[in-house]
Each structure stands twice: as structure tokens, then as C-alpha cells.
Design a protein around this ligand. Structure first.
Ligand SMILES: [Zn+2]
Length: 339
């Protein structure tokens, strides 16, 4: 009897190590700078982000790409785990709607594998929900024409993004997302909320309208957490990652040397998470950059938004994105090291 229990425990422990979550949802809050988030948290205006902080593992001192603090390049970094311009970078520097037919690959002159490739090639379902038209870059780059043949060889097809939804409003997008995840859930889902960036450009980062937009997004994040808490297929099997592409100051976020532009949050909540501080759990593997902006050659690296893709893959029991540079060893911990 004791022996059976022991074997059961061992197998259980192995499963825990080898296979984390069945579902991973990555939420990117466009323009969410930590300095504004911290203030709103202190004022008690973001109860759902507070919950992420209390129940999750997180830091408010993560970094955007080391050279670029704009939306499309940083999202390409999040999808591919590559820098923008630095060594091994994906090379996508434009932040406007892509020209018809333009892809990340045509721009770089070589195929750039994404998180969608790895999840899809494993036979699982992927989805992208976005609130900016330029996110078509990802649906086009990984569609049935431009996506790579199945690397695993089982022919799950070239179209790596099974669901692509675009809405102008974050509440509408959230409704679509919840409806899809309730009926035909994606094992990997990426959700982009634009409101912070839009209001930041219009009225300024930290303005009343910006703050109100963040309160709206807090509600959207709360609905996603509620879904994960209660849906029978997702409950206890889903990990949520929440980060940002960049922050901002005054009316923009272009100056790459301004801490308010490159200092962003990184939260992980749900399955497999032990509440705590990400830098504490990752001592030796990641180090807090203070207010600085380390390049990719520095060791240890800071925690970056670009860590999300290979973390998501590890949680799904999958290897890293081929050719990736950020978190290629999939060593970002969301629980303390077992000693
Ligand atoms: Zn912007």
C-alpha cells in the first residue's frame, strides 16, 4: 500500500514537472507602464490586477525589448521570443499596418518561427484576439500560405493561428474571447487590449482617461480570471500571463532610454504558480535591472515581456521556439526552486 502511494506520488510529481497547464492565456495590455499601474494599485482602483499580484507570481520591474518600445515590434518579440534588432532578432521594426502580403519572414529574409508554430504543430488549437488592425501581421505571417509546413511532420497544416479575432473595444474582444474559450478553447491564446495606449496618446499617460481605461481593462482581466476559475475544462488547468509591450510618458513612448517607457509588469497566475516575486524565484537566472535597461548580452538577463512565449510553451509541456533568443532554456520559474 505504502509502495503504491510512493509510486503514485512519484508519477504525480513527474507529471507536474513534465506537464504544467493544459491551457495558457497571454494578455498584453498595450501601454501599461509600471509606474502608472503601481499608483492605481495603491489607490485600490484595480482589484483584478491586485488579485494577480496577491495570488500570482509577478514583478513590476520587467523590461520591453532592449532597443525598441513600440507596439508591433514588441509584440513580435512576445510571439517569437526574439529581440527586435539585436543579434538573432526578428527584424520587424515597423509600427504601421503591414503592406498587403508583407510578413515577418519576407521582411527578415528567413522564416521566423513563433509560439503559434510550436503549439499548432503539436496538434493543439491557437488563437489571437487583438484590438489593433496591424495585428494582421501575425495572422498573415502564419497563415496557410506563409506559415511553415508542420515541423513535427504530422501535417497539422501551415495555418498556425486557428482563431483570429479583431475588435475595436476591449469589452467586445473579451466577450468574443470568453465565448470561444467556453465552447472550443484554444490551448494557447493571446489577447491584446489597446485602450491604455489609445488614451495615453490622446490624453497622456497617467491622465484620467488613461486611468479609466485601465479600470476597464481591469474588469476585462477579471472576466478572464472568472472564466478560468469556473469553467469546467479550464479550471485548475490554465495559466494566465499578463504583461505589456511598453509603457509611456506624456503623450508617447518612443524614447527608448526613458524608464517609464521600458518598465512594464509581468504577472503569472493560475495553474503551477506559487505566489511570490519573480526575481526572488529566479535568483541567479534573472536579475533585477534597477532602473536600467540591460542589453541582451548582459547576464543574468532581466525578466522581459519576450519571456512569455517560451514560458507558455514550457507550461504546455513543449520545447522552446526554434531560433529563439529570449528564455530559450525555458528556465523562467513561476515557483521556488526545489532544493
Ligand atoms: Zn502607442
Amino acid at each position: 500500500m505504502m509502495r503504491r502511494w510512493g509510486v503514485g506520488l512519484l508519477v504525480g510529481f513527474w507529471c507536474l514537472l513534465a506537464h504544467g497547464a493544459d491551457f495558457v492565456v497571454v494578455v498584453s495590455v498595450d501601454g501599461l507602464g509600471s509606474v502608472y499601474l503601481e499608483r492605481l494599485l495603491a489607490e485600490g482602483r484595480l482589484p483584478q490586477f491586485k488579485r494577480l499580484q496577491v495570488e500570482g507570481v509577478s514583478t513590476l520591474n520587467a523590461r520591453s525589448d532592449a532597443d525598441v518600445t513600440v507596439t508591433l515590434p514588441n509584440h513580435t518579440t512576445m510571439m517569437t521570443a526574439r529581440p527586435v534588432r539585436a543579434n538573432g532578432g526578428h527584424g520587424w521594426t515597423s509600427n504601421v499596418d503591414p503592406a498587403p502580403g508583407a510578413t515577418i519572414h519576407s521582411n527578415r529574409g528567413a522564416y521566423v518561427t513563433s509560439v503559434f508554430d510550436v503549439v499548432h504543430d503539436s496538434g493543439r488549437r491557437t488563437g489571437l484576439w487583438a484590438t489593433k488592425p496591424k495585428f494582421s501581421l501575425f495572422s498573415v505571417s502564419y497563415d496557410s500560405t506563409n506559415g511553415a509546413p508542420d515541423a513535427v511532420g504530422e501535417d497539422h497544416g501551415r495555418d498556425k493561428v486557428d482563431v483570429f479575432v479583431r475588435e475595436f473595444s476591449s469589452p467586445d474582444l473579451t466577450r468574443d474571447f470568453i465565448s470561444c474559450m467556453s465552447t472550443q478553447p484554444c490551448q494557447f491564446a493571446f489577447v491584446h487590449f489597446n485602450d491604455g495606449d489609445a488614451t495615453g496618446h490622446a490624453q497622456g499617460w497617467g491622465s484620467n482617461t488613461y486611468n479609466e481605461a485601465m479600470v476597464t481593462i481591469d474588469g476585462c482581466v477579471g472576466q478572464i480570471m472568472d472564466l478560468i476559475d469556473h469553467h469546467p475544462r479550464l479550471k485548475g488547468k490554465t495559466t494566465l500571463i499578463v504583461t505589456a509591450d511598453h509603457g509611456g510618458q506624456r503623450m508617447n513612448h518612443q524614447e527608448a532610454d526613458a524608464p517609464a517607457n521600458y518598465t512594464i509588469p509581468f504577472f503569472v497566475w493560475g495553474d503551477g504558480v506559487v505566489p511570490g516575486d519573480l526575481y526572488t524565484f529566479n535568483e541567479g537566472a534573472r536579475s533585477t535591472p534597477g532602473t536600467g535597461r540591460p542589453g541582451y548580452e548582459e547576464r543574468p538577463q532581466p525578466i522581459r515581456n519576450g519571456d512569455a512565449a517560451n514560458l507558455a510553451l514550457r507550461l504546455l509541456g513543449l520545447g522552446p521556439i526554434p531560433g529563439s533568443v529570449i528564455n530559450p532554456d525555458q528556465d523562467l520559474r513561476i515557483a521556488p526552486a526545489v532544493r
